[in-house]
Design a binder for this molecule. Sequence first.
Ligand code: F6R
Length: 264
Amino acid sequence: MQIVILKNSAEVAEYGANIFIKQLQEKANSVLGLATGSTPVALYQKLIEATQAGAISFKDVTTFNLDEYLGLAGTHPQSYRYFMNEQLFDHVDIDKSHTHVPPGDAADPVAACEGYEQQISDAGGIDIQLLGIGRNGHIGFNEPSSGLMSRTRVKTLTKATIDDNARFFAADEYQPHLSITMGIGTILDAKKVVLLATGENKADAILATVEGALTASCPASALQLHRDAVLVIDEAAASKLSDCEFYKHIENENQKLQAQLAKL
Ligand code: F6R
């Protein structure tokens, strides 16, 4: 794993956005895997700005979101489809028919999960997958104990995740406790994975992901198996890592190597 430790959430958003901007400049018809939650919002804002400045275009882009609440239609303000429209799709030149979010209102969710896997495969697979991380180490809605080779399926949310996400729902509003999520195996199939984490409340999850054992108890630890996974985290999220100085040293060496290669 490449571990990039930056000062604060603004730097994390900028670094993460630059990875996506470079991806779209190199491959205009990229297939992007996208995430919801509060962490990627600032990154999406940077992508909107880059689009409006003419640096990138979403015209030929296809997207697949990680997850959706089961029981919410895409028109529901708390649905992840609604979130994506508001935070990104409505502000860039994307063809909405090329954007995919698991259908939370599917009559047959099991068939919908299989269909989602098929759509990803038909699109040629995901070039680059964006991830946040839950306090319990979840990625997508793959909660602890999720199979490390799992595919898109219906998952039950933990109480911790329901409590963390209660902030988005009004007190008297129905909050789903089931989801459709890409599996850990689906995520690992992406050619590149970029995980963003900011804030001290993610420090335990980042410690388990980077320095813990590969285990279903911390789904994000599965990224240890990925060939091209980048963790972009701020100092607060990195605060429990035992070897921060070493990770920063590796990153410095990496930057020097990239600069040398750019001159060739
Ligand atoms: C959302 C998702 C979740 C979030 C995670 C962190 O699509 O996949 O795994 O990334 O719950 O959420 P925030 O960013 O709100 O802390």
